[in-house]
Design a protein around this ligand. Structure first.
Ligand code: FES
Length: 326
């Protein structure tokens, strides 16, 4: 079992007005001073029944509440589009760790935003490989085309430019991330990073045009065929229930004197299971074993039958397991 050890003990108390991380917006490339919402405003926004239920579920997954800190911060960012100081304290209170510890975590991982950004956060690598392949030129071109400086957001709230350190794609320099995706070009209507093709003016124009075009389209979150959320939408916050429920693994079906015995392995967060058998090219439910069960016998099963298992975790439905044959 992993033991989480706080760097200080958290004593729940009324948060005091204090100035933490004043220069953080600069460190992350956001130039303007950011108005910080109060703890009360944050708590009201994050106190919905859906968020409470999600947090209760998360806290149960860890032996120590502090283990859920990354996800609780993530929930705050999904709801608010960034992580204000008060949200860090809110997360610390929920995870029963010190605000200082939560602050350290929230500022260590660069996926947490400490200032509001435009819908498309353009993160340009300024590190050595990208620098020598023309990053400075590309960054000034982007600033010129979008009429903003690094750290600023366009008036239409579409683009924010920041500079970041090595993104781990040095061979393709100069490179950038558009939100969470590498982008040095656009192909087939998608952002792509073809091997050895770094950013240049023409590709930067294509990427900016792609962003503008996609900003007009309201798209649904990607869902698997059974409705489980499997992905976020470019330029929009990830849904709180991002990540599908875990599927059943290690599934096997063996014929015995009682029919077909089916076995599987499942993660603890699964709340329901359904076993289906293929019949006349259609999947039909044959049973709902308990989540603690380790075996299910299909008394009508025969050799050569095809099966699959569908797991559910709360509201989320996993992709069906691999198909297995008895
Ligand atoms: S130096 Fe730019 S990705 Fe590594």
């Amino acid at each position: 079992m992993i033991e989480f050890v706080s760097n200080t003990n958290f004593a729940p108390s009324e948060p005091k007005a204090e100035k933490v991380g004043e220069a953080l917006h600069l460190q992350l490339g956001h130039k303007s001073e950011v108005a910080q919402p109060s703890f009360e405003e944050i708590s009201a926004k994050l106190g919905t029944p859906e968020i409470k239920a999600r947090i209760d579920f998360l806290l149960k997954q860890y032996p120590v509440k502090q283990g859920a800190l990354l996800e609780v911060l993530w929930i705050a960012q999904n709801e608010l589009s960034w992580v204000p100081h008060a949200a860090v304290k809110w997360a610390a209170q929920i995870c029963q760790c010190s605000p200082a510890h939560a602050w350290g975590v929230a500022t260590f991982y660069t996926m947490y935003k400490h200032a509001p950004t435009g819908r498309f956060l353009l993160q340009f690598c300024q590190n050595i490989c990208c620098h020598i392949t023309g990053a400075e030129n590309i960054i000034s071109l982007a600033e010129k085309k979008l009429r903003i400086k690094t750290g600023e957001t366009t008036e239409d709230n579409l683009f924010t430019i920041v500079r970041v350190e090595c993104l781990g794609a040095c061979g393709n320099g100069p490179v950038m991330l558009v939100n969470d995706d590498f982008a040095t070009d656009v192909a087939d209507g998608k952002l792509v990073m073809p091997l050895n093709k770094g950013l240049n003016e023409e590709r930067l124009d294509k990427i900016i045009a792609w962003c503008r075009e996609n900003a007009k389209i309201q798209r649904e979150h990607k869902r698997d065929p059974l409705g489980g959320v499997t992905g976020a939408v470019h330029g929009e916050p990830q849904p709180t229930d991002f990540a599908p429920a875990p599927p059943a693994l290690g599934v096997k079906a063996t014929v015995n004197e009682n029919g077909v015995a089916i076995v599987w392995k499942i993660a603890p967060e699964v709340t329901a299971l359904a076993i289906e058998r293929k019949s006349d090219n259609k999947w039909q439910l044959v049973g709902n074993p308990g989540v603690k069960d380790k075996e299910f016998v299909d008394a009508s099963g025969k050799p050569g039958c095809e099966y699959r298992i569908i797991a559910t975790s709360g509201e989320r439905v996993a992709k069906p397991s691999a198909v297995f044959t008895s």
